[in-house]
Design a protein. Structure first.
Length: 382
């Protein structure tokens, strides 16, 4: 076994009303910031919670919320240009994955002199990044703890993994009160996506004792959120359980690796702007059936970790019950179960297969796969 070396970044603050302390934290890095915000926060009056804590401490800021098309390079270029014109001292990213991705990219490239596409095509930034503070409004942040950012190349609509410096994000502030915009349907898809991330991190070639520990504890918390606690001693609200589970499993994925379903969902999202969590949820049962062929013991262990099957149910029966549990959970949430339900054609999906075969994570999948294997998998889920 190779040496295990671990350094966590960013610092994590997780708790109700932690957003009210944002101004206090920001003073460590400056007094003038750019806020990159999901536009939906204005519609539900959540943006005032952020700006009030800055106003109270006389912290200057301006808001960029032109991110409706996602974290594509055109949006990133616009945000980066405004950041440089504003002579800011840091970035605050608030929203879902697209806001997090744009915020970290602007922070990483703020002091660079080369064109954005130099880095999209594989170069690594070498200057000091601006401090970035991330405030997610969903339960998972799969890339926050890594030195990679998934961005959409506007030239081709393909997903690329942008390499960045260490410690771009200085603070990850998770406040469950910032997640009130999520519908029950969105909570269900996010829960399945978190479960998918956990399984992928657990079976990856890069999995280690540390990532396994985070997966197992994260799935225990996720089970309480999805199924209710078996003991009256567990009184933690569902939103907090989901936030804790998502944080731990995001950290596990950064110590290990994401896998096939997450990669395909990223590619489909970049090409056709379909909800990434929903696509992941559709793919997960088929991915589990594939995993059962070569990592059955690990899949069985996770089923018992989540306590969704009796202790005396083992081996093939346990795995079958685990997969059926996921399908029943999706059925109760009225989620689609096939990719064709998203109005996609098999020809469109073949382009997504070609895209992910070029991504570095593809080489870290738990088993070797060719593009033909990927296409066969897509056909099963179609």
């Amino acid at each position: 076994m190779s040496d295990f070396i671990f350094k966590i970044s960013p610092n994590v603050v997780l708790g109700s009303y932690s957003i009210n302390r944002l101004g206090q934290y920001l003073l460590e890095w400056g007094t003038r910031f750019m806020i990159i915000m999901d536009p939906i926060l204005n519609e539900v009056n959540l943006s005032d919670k952020i700006t009030k804590t800055l106003d109270d401490r006389k912290i200057g800021y301006f808001i960029f919320n032109e991110i409706t098309d996602g974290s594509n390079t055109k949006n990133i270029q616009r945000a980066l240009s405004l950041a440089k014109e504003g002579h800011i001292q840091g970035i605050i990213g608030i929203g879902g994955t697209k806001a997090m991705n744009i915020s970290r990219t602007v922070s990483a490239l703020y002091n660079e002199v080369h064109d954005l596409y130099t880095f999209v095509d594989g170069a690594t930034p070498i200057t000091n990044p601006l401090p970035c503070i991330c405030i997610p409004t969903t339960y998972r942040t799969p890339y926050i703890f890594t030195t990679e950012i998934p961005v959409i190349d506007s030239r081709s609509t393909e997903i690329k993994l942008l390499k960045i410096q260490n410690s771009v994000c200085k603070l990850l502030l998770i406040d469950t009160n910032m997640m009130v915009t999520l519908t029950e349907n969105q909570k269900a898809t996010l829960s399945i996506e978190i479960l998918c991330m956990a399984i992928e991190a657990y079976i990856s070639q890069k999995a280690n004792f540390f990532s396994d520990m985070f997966v197992e504890k994260g799935l225990e918390l996720l089970s309480f959120a999805m199924n209710g606690a078996t003991s009256l001693d567990i009184t933690t609200p569902e939103e907090e359980l989901l936030s804790q589970a998502g944080c731990l499993i995001s950290l596990a994925a950064s110590c290990s690796s994401l896998g096939l379903s997450s990669l395909l969902a990223l590619s489909i999202n970049s090409k056709y702007r379909l909800n990434k969590s929903l696509v992941t949820a559709i793919l997960l049962p088929y991915a589990m059936e594939d995993v059962a062929k070569y990592k059955s013991a690990k899949l069985e262990k996770l089923a018992h970790t989540m306590k969704i099957i009796p202790d005396n149910v083992e081996h093939e029966e346990a795995i079958t019950s685990f997969i059926e549990y996921v399908r029943q959970y999706m059925a109760k949430a009225n989620l689609p179960t096939r990719l064709k339900d998203l109005q996609l054609t098999i020809e469109q999906l073949s382009l997504c297969v070609e895209n992910i075969s070029k991504i570095d994570i593809f080489s870290k999948l738990p088993r070797s796969m060719s593009t033909d294997d990927l296409f066969d998998f897509i056909k099963l889920a179609y």
